[in-house]
Ligand binder design. Structure first.
Ligand SMILES: *Cc1c(COP(=O)(O)O)cnc(C)c1O
Length: 369
């Protein structure tokens, strides 16, 4: 989708905050641990190529993405870093990956058996291990040993990594996490083959269990300044600076009288003389209808969204007749008050990950600093 650049709704992406989060994490790791930035889903909606450029300038060690297409986009833009596809790539696409020097996660021995004959150049692979996430990966020691044999038997396959993913690293209760760590250690102990990177740490593990950084960290949500526990765990080893703000302007404003109604379904009724402002921002931009009733900031004051959120517009109740063009903050700071993606997530009964990923590329992006 083309961004609507002629509409006053925009994401403001603070490059300095991105650098800050990255460098704080970098400095908290052992000097030999590699720091990979997770750029899947258009860098959690922050704009993948712009984010990659900032991180390239501060010497990121590599990038992780979800799909081969996301990897190709970064590679074709000219970035030289290692790029790892975390999801399952069809065997039929493995050669395309190898030709573009893209590393692939491998989650079955069958995949390794089938891929060998198709490669025209060598392919870097990371064995995915399922230690309790129940998503993708080898599940037993027997399978891991078999995969090692298959890798040893094919010189086109480069054993670049072996990894797992945690289901509960962002929760205060570490019981299940400890089980997964133990299983990862058992599955990777004394293998007949040396993998360059053994890795298991997402943002939550990196922040709260950095002992388990192994050879590399896959740093996603915290890179964007968001707390992976949605602030259930408030203590963080360094300040996370939110990278994304979301702003718009009042484009229409009116005085309503008691009994007049607002939006589809006419479910909201003005109880008295109310001032209602209209914003050029709606669910097609990713602010889902379940956000009705939550607040945005106008001149530092919380103003509730009233009536159903429309596809492209929404209405808010404001305390006075502001001039058209008055700034409205949906995520970010406004006159000393702040609303975060995590606040929105709490309202919607979800996580900050989903709030930012939902933002669509109809919203124009402005990069600052
Ligand atoms: C998305 C993802 C990450 C990044 O997780 P964050 O919680 O955003 O840091 C790391 N590893 C894998 C396998 C992932 O799918």
């Amino acid at each position: 989708m083309e961004a609507s650049n002629h509409r006053p709704t925009k994401m403001v992406i603070d490059r300095q905050a991105l650098r800050h989060n990255f460098l704080q994490e970098k400095h908290s790791l052992k000097p030999e641990t590699k720091l990979f930035a997770v750029l899947k889903a258009d860098a959690y909606s922050h704009g993948v190529l712009a984010v990659a450029q900032v991180l390239h300038e501060v010497h990121v060690d590599g990038f992780c993405v979800a799909t081969l297409d996301e990897a190709l986009q970064i590679r074709q833009a000219g970035f030289p870093e290692t790029i790892l596809v975390l999801g399952v790539t069809p065997v039929s696409q493995a050669n395309l990956a190898s030709q573009n020097d893209i590393s692939l996660a491998v989650s079955s021995c069958d995949w390794l058996r089938q891929v060998g004959s198709q490669l025209t150049t060598s392919l870097k692979v990371h064995l995915a291990l399922d230690t309790g996430m129940g998503r993708i990966g080898l599940r037993t020691r027997t399978e891991v040993l078999e995969a090692c044999q298959l890798l040893q038997a094919d010189s086109q396959l480069i054993p670049e990594g072996i990894f797992t993913h945690f289901a509960t690293a962002n929760e205060p209760d570490t019981h299940y996490l400890e089980q997964q760590i133990q299983s990862f250690q058992e599955l990777t102990a004394d293998l007949p083959l040396k993998f360059e990177y053994r890795h298991c740490a997402n943002s939550a593990t990196a922040l709260w269990h950095s002992k388990w950084q192994f050879d590399m960290v896959r740093f996603g949500i915290a890179l964007y300044g968001l707390n992976p526990s949605n602030e259930v765990i408030k203590e963080v080893p360094y300040q996370l600076q939110p990278v994304l703000s979301l702003e718009t302007e009042i484009v229409y404003i009116k005085q309503m009288t008691a009994g007049q109604k607002i939006s589809y379904g006419a479910t909201y009724t003005a109880q008295e003389n109310e001032i209602i402002a209209t914003l050029p921002f709606g669910y097609a931009d990713g602010w889902l209808r379940r956000m009705t009733g939550s607040s945005v900031l106008v001149e530092g004051q919380l103003c509730p969204i009233v009536g159903d959120i429309c596809m492209d517009q929404m209405m808010i109740k404001v305390p006075q007749l502001y001039p058209l063009g008055t700034k409205v903050t949906i995520i970010g700071e406004n006159n000393g008050h702040r609303l975060s993606a995590t606040d929105a997530a709490h309202y919607a009964g979800t996580g900050n990950y989903e709030i930012v990923c939902n933002l669509t590329d109809r919203i124009s992006k402005k990069y600052v600093n």
